[in-house]
Ligand binder design. Sequence first.
Ligand SMILES: Cc1cc2nc3c(=O)[nH]c(=O)nc-3n(C[C@H](O)[C@H](O)[C@H](O)COP(=O)(O)O)c2cc1C
Length: 186
Amino acid sequence: MSKILILNGSPRKKGNTFFLIQELSKIIIQNGHDVEILHLNDYDIKPCQGCFWCYKDFPLKCVQNDVMNGLYPSVLDSDVIIFASPIYWFNYSAQLKLFIDRLVALHVKGGHSLNGLKFASIFVYGDTTAQGSGVFTAIESIDHMIRYFLGENLGVVHGTGGDDLTVPDNPKLMNDLKRLAEKILA
Ligand SMILES: Cc1cc2nc3c(=O)[nH]c(=O)nc-3n(C[C@H](O)[C@H](O)[C@H](O)COP(=O)(O)O)c2cc1C
């Protein structure tokens, strides 16, 4: 059994990003795997202070004793990490960025604890075109990080959402999500 960690960067629990997260989770759970969803907006995650305290003896925790020290075990325990976020100002949300920055604390001597892991992403935007939305900036940024982790990018699902819940009516997007699920389960 694999453990899939989904990082929800959307504050809207009835929004499009969370709908896609739930649909993906259902498929993964039905196939006997474990899913944990972190609603990043629910946590008071402080910004990384860039002090590199975490590099001294690699304690796998942060000198700022906030909620992140309690979330690191979930990250370290995962086989696949999925980044899910609305596009805010042509990139992924600040909620997700705060969390990702704090992953610096998971460095070990000569590398990073997440090296070799599998990753995937889900992005939703308001624009009618991917090009106009800025999603490619988010995709490039996440892809760069996965390369840094020497990881495997299982894929990206993205499409138009908006203020209303519209993704369920987008057959291509829902089909892309199923294909991503198959890759995660392969
Ligand atoms: C602060 C803010 C910034 C946004 N910036 C963009 C943007 O740059 N490009 C875009 O296409 N949509 C943008 N949107 C629209 C959201 O990406 C869109 O409504 C998305 O569906 C929200 O996801 P959710 O339903 O999971 O909350 C923005 C929305 C907000 C609130």
